[in-house]
Design a binder for this molecule. Structure first.
Ligand code: HMG
Ligand code: MG
Length: 295
């Protein structure tokens, strides 16, 4: 069975790193990730540079990539202004990003859930008309830094709205990593009533070391797409305590061990993990990068 990995390190990872990474550094990271066989690499975000300065060079990143080739390079877009910039930069795929928590939505987007869904509907319509693919995110599907536990029905409502407006896939974000497998089951049972599992992705942050267990639970519920970040980079600037996404190399180890296919070369991802960690002057967070070591 095939599992799709959406590599989010160059966006979700680097958006939260204090140490700035040069354009050349970002491009070498993306080139290494693409060479490993990853076919979906989130490459940047057309958001306010005042809110997330690390993504300010996203147009330059896209300008250097082969956007017509086999690798998808989605970028985050929060509003019409972001869509204008993404279109001008030649993006072929965007992602809109909502939340299942009202407070998180206001902290992350400066608007409530309903207003954000109206804005995304307009952005998505324009993007689809322009021939782009649109992915949707729901943040705080298992917990919110401001509101605590989030009801599965609330996640299902936002996921259904994103699908309804035309998102081809809905990525469910455990933004602060507080989820556990039983709660993943409960949440997915509610969401699957609205969106088929084949259109869902799991986006697990590993703050409490639960991401691999949660991915296993999501696989049992029929989800076969997972977002992950090389070296376990990442977090979210609007979610205190959120650590990085689950490391791509840890996910690959799990999936290989389960006999699931990804088309991604683990050794090359581990090398990319050491490359970006050296550039940031830190150690990879992932267990597998340490266990397999440098080439
Ligand atoms: P706002 O301040 O309400 O925006 O921010 P505004 O419309 O009032 O405009 C204020 C200024 O921002 C204006 O500039 C606009 O032009 C500018 P000024 O006239 O003052 O010079 N502006 C923009 N500039 C560039 N690109 C744009 C843009 N829009 C307005 N697109 C806004 C609202 C949505 C812009 C802001 O809240 C924002 O950028 N938020 C993004 C936050 C973000 O990127 N968070 C991280 C990504 S989400 C995440 O990590 C979670 C995820 O991984 C899943 C999970 O883990 O759960 C996806
Ligand atoms: Mg995230």
């Amino acid at each position: 069975m095939q599992v799709k990995i959406v590599e989010v390190g160059p966006r979700d990872g680097l958006q939260n790193e204090k140490q700035p990474v040069t354009l050349a550094g970002k491009l070498e990271l993306i080139q290494r990730l693409a060479a490993s066989g990853l076919t979906h690499i989130e490459a940047g975000a057309f958001v306010s540079p005042r809110w997330v300065p690390q993504m300010a060079d996203s147009a330059d990143v896209l300008a250097a990539l082969d956007l017509a080739g086999p690798v998808h390079y989605p970028v985050l877009v929060p509003n019409e202004k972001g869509l204008d910039a993404a279109l001008a930069a030649g993006a072929r795929e965007i992602a809109v990003f909502g939340a299942a928590s009202e407070s998180f939505s206001r902290h992350n987007l400066n608007m409530g859930i309903n207003d954000s869904l109206s804005a995304f509907a307009a952005v998505t319509r324009r993007a689809l008309d322009a021939g782009l693919r649109v992915r949707g995110y729901v943040s705080c599907v298992l917990g919110c830094p401001y509101e605590g536990e989030i009801a599965p029905s609330q996640v299902a409502r936002v996921a259904a709205a994103l699908r309804e407006m035309g998102c081809y896939e809905i990525s469910l974000g455990d933004t602060i990593g507080t989820g556990t497998p039983n709660r993943v089951h409960e949440m997915l049972a509610a969401v699957r009533k609205q969106v088929p599992a084949t259109q869902l992705a799991g986006h697990f942050h590993d703050s409490y070391g639960m991401a691999i267990a949660n991915i296993t639970a999501a696989l049992q519920m029929g989800v076969h797409t997972f977002d992950s970040s090389v070296a376990g980079l990442g977090g979210c600037p609007y979610a205190r305590g959120a650590s990085g996404n689950v490391a791509t190399e840890d996910v690959l180890w799990l999936l290989q061990g389960m006999g699931l296919q990804t088309g991604v070369d683990l050794r090359q991802v581990v090398d990319a993990a050491w490359f970006i960690s050296d550039l940031l002057g830190k150690m990879p967070v992932s267990r597998v990068a340490h266990a397999l070591g440098r080439s």
